[in-house]
Design a protein around this ligand. Structure first.
Ligand code: MSP
Length: 509
C-alpha cells in the first residue's frame, strides 16, 4: 500500500516558528505510523518562495529574492533535520522541476477554457497572499483589514488572468458530497461548504505589478498567482507533468494534505477546482488543524509572540517537544502552549510514567533475571488482560490514525502506560523471589509491554522509543505495528541491554 502525505510548504519570509514545527511534527507522526504499518510512504515538505510577501521581505533586507530565499529556505530545511522529520523530499518552488510543472498546469487550465484575461479590482492581503471580497473587509483603527485573518489589506486594480472558479461551484459541492471525508475535521468542512454554497467568484490568478514569480506562458508581463504556484508543489514533487512516472502513478492522489485551518479555502476549494479543470484527481483528504496559541493569539512573526522551537529543543529536548505538542494540543483544535505546561508534561508523562516503567522493569530484570529476557510460564488472567489490551485494539488504532484522531491515539498509549505501572505494582515481582516461574513471567510480560508501548510511541518520540527498544536489543527497522498484537515476540534467553534513564525530570529552579 502506498501513502502520500504532505505538510504545507512554508513561506521563507522569516525564520520558522512553533506553528510551522507543529504542522511538520504532526505530519511526521502520521508518516512514521504508516511506515510502521507496512505502507510505502512518500512524505513531502518544502518552502513556498514566490509572491509579493517574499519580494517585500527580501527588499526590506536589500537582498535579491533568490538569495534571500536560499538563506531562509535553508533554515526550514535545517529545522526538518532538527525535528527529526522523516520526509522523503523537500521541494522549493524556485526549483526548475516546479517551474515546469506550474507552467504546464497553467496551460491545461487554459486548454480547458477556464482562464481568461480581464481586470482585477478589489482587496488584497500581502501577508495572506489572498484576495478578499468587500464583505470580508472591515475597518479597524482607521486601517482596512480582512475579517477572516485580521491582516491588513490594500486596494488593487490591475490587468489579471482569471480562473473560472464560478463554473466549478456545483461540481465542488457534488465532490464534497461524494467524498464526505475530504475535509476534516467535520466542523471545518461545514465552513467550507457554506462558503462554496454562498457563491464562488472567479479567481484572479496572475499579477502584473511585481516580478517575483513564475511567468504566465505566452505573456511575460504576468506572473502566476502564488497560490496556484504553491499548491502545484504537491504534484511537482511527483514528477508532474509526467503523469506516467512511477512516482505519480504510485502516490497521486495524495492521501493527506496536513495544513493549518488558515489555509483551508485554498486547499479545499481552489486546489480541487484547479485539478478537476486539468483532468487530474483531487487529493483524498485535507486536514485543517488548529493554531498554536501564545496567550490567546495565533503565534506569528507579525504579532511578535513567537516561541522558538529550536530554543525549546535546546532547553528540554526534541522528543519532549514532539510528545508535548501531540499530547497537549487536542488535534484539530487550537492549543495554548507554555513552558510551565511543557515541564509538567515531561515530568508526569515522560519521566514518571513511561520512563519510570521502562527503567524499573529493566533494572529489575538486570538484577533478578541475569540481565536476560526470562522464560515465561503460564499467563495469569491479569497478564492476559494487559497484553490483550494491545492485541484487541489493532483495528481501532489503525482507524484512529486513518481518521486523524491523534488525541485518541495518544490517550490510548497513556492508558496503556498507566496500566503497565499498575500491573507492575499489583503483581509485586519483588515479593516473588521464591516463585521464580511467576517472577519471570511478570518480567516477561512487562518487557513485552515496553516493546508494544515503545512501538506505538515511535511515531511520536522516535529517538527515545528506539533507545527504549534497544534495552531489549531490538531495532525499529525489524519491527512493525502489527507485532504489538503478538504476546511472545521476545526471545527468552536473549540479552538485555540497559540504556539508562530515558527522560530526566525537570527540576523547577
Ligand atoms: N505558503 C503557504 C502555504 C502553501 S501550501 C501549498 C503558507 N505558509 S505559512 O508559512 O504562512 O504557514 C504554513 C502553515 O504553517 C499553516 O498553514 C499552518 O499549518 C502552520 N502555521 C503557521 N502558524 C501557525 C500557528 N501559530 N499554529 C499552528 N500552525 C500554524 O500559508
Amino acid at each position: 500500500m502506498n501513502y502520500f502525505i504532505t505538510t504545507p510548504i512554508y513561506y521563507p519570509s522569516a525564520k520558522p516558528h512553533m506553528g510551522h514545527a507543529y504542522s511538520s511534527i504532526v505530519t511526521d507522526v502520521f508518516a512514521r505510523f504508516k511506515r510502521l504499518d507496512d505502507h510505502e510512504v512518500f512524505f513531502l515538505t518544502g518552502t513556498d518562495e514566490h509572491g509579493l510577501k517574499i519580494q517585500k521581505a527580501a527588499n526590506k533586507e536589500k537582498k535579491d529574492p533568490k538569495i534571500f530565499c536560499d538563506e531562509i529556505s535553508k533554515t526550514f530545511k535545517d529545522l526538518s533535520k532538527i525535528l527529526n522529520l522523516s520526509n522523503d523530499d523537500f521541494i522549493r518552488t524556485t526549483e526548475e522541476r516546479h517551474h515546469k510543472s506550474v507552467q504546464f498546469l497553467w496551460k491545461k487550465l487554459e486548454n480547458s477554457g477556464d482562464i481568461y484575461l480581464s481586470k482585477y479590482k478589489g482587496w488584497y492581503s500581502v501577508s495572506d497572499e489572498a484576495f478578499y471580497n468587500d464583505d470580508e473587509v472591515i475597518e479597524k483603527d482607521g486601517k482596512k483589514i480582512s475579517l477572516p485573518s485580521g491582516s491588513p489589506v490594500e486596494w488593487v486594480e490591475e490587468e489579471s488572468y482569471f480562473f473560472k472558479l464560478s463554473a466549478w461551484q456545483e461540481k465542488l459541492l457534488d465532490f464534497y458530497k461524494k467524498n464526505p471525508n475530504f475535509i476534516l475535521p467535520k466542523s471545518r468542512k461545514n465552513e467550507v461548504v457554506s462558503f462554496v454554497k454562498s457563491g464562488l467568484k472567479d479567481l484572479s490568478v496572475s499579477r502584473k505589478s511585481f516580478s517575483w514569480g513564475i511567468k504566465v506562458p505566452n505573456n511575460k508581463d504576468h506572473i502566476i498567482y502564488v497560490w496556484l504556484d504553491a499548491l502545484t508543489n504537491y504534484i511537482s514533487a511527483l514528477d508532474y507533468p509526467n503523469e506516467d512516472s512511477e512516482k505519480f502513478k504510485k502516490f497521486w492522489p495524495a492521501d493527506l494534505h496536513v495544513i493549518g485551518k488558515d489555509i483551508l479555502r485554498f486547499h479545499a476549494v481552489y486546489w480541487p477546482a484547479f485539478l478537476l479543470s486539468a483532468g487530474i484527481k483531487p487529493p483524498k483528504k485535507v486536514y485543517g488543524h488548529g493554531w498554536i496559541l501564545s496567550g490567546e493569539e495565533k503565534m506569528s512573526k507579525s504579532k511578535g509572540n513567537i516561541l522558538d522551537p529550536i530554543q525549546i529543543i535546546k532547553d528540554y529536548g526534541l522528543d519532549q517537544l514532539r510528545y508535548y505538542l501531540i499530547k497537549e494540543v487536542s488535534f484539530g483544535n487550537d492549543g495554548n502552549i507554555s513552558k510551565k505546561s511543557i515541564e509538567n508534561c515531561i515530568n508526569s508523562d515522560l519521566a514518571n510514567n513511561y520512563g519510570n516503567f521502562c527503567q524499573r522493569t529493566i533494572s529489575f530484570s538486570e538484577k533478578n533475571c541475569k540481565n536476560k529476557i526470562p522464560k515465561y510460564s503460564e499467563f495469569s488472567k491479569n497478564d492476559l488482560k494487559v497484553l490483550n489490551a494491545f492485541s484487541d485494539s489493532l483495528e481501532k488504532i489503525r482507524s484512529m490514525i486513518d481518521n486523524q484522531l491523534l488525541t485518541d491515539y495518544i490517550k490510548f498509549i497513556v492508558d496503556r502506560i498507566f496500566d503497565a505501572n499498575k500491573y507492575f505494582n499489583d503483581e509485586e515481582p519483588w515479593s516473588k523471589k521464591d516463585d521464580v516461574k511467576r517472577l519471570n513471567t511478570i518480567v516477561y510480560v512487562s518487557l513485552e509491554i515496553i516493546r508494544k508501548i515503545s512501538i506505538l510511541l515511535f511515531p511520536i518520540i522516535p529517538n527515545t522509543a528506539e533507545k527504549a527498544l534497544l534495552n531489549l536489543n531490538l531495532k525499529i527497522k525489524d519491527l512493525n505495528f502489527k507485532s504489538i498484537g503478538e504476546h511472545f515476540f521476545l526471545k527468552p534467553g536473549s540479552n538485555l541491554n540497559n540504556q539508562g534513564i530515558l527522560f530526566k525530570k525537570i527540576v523547577n529552579k
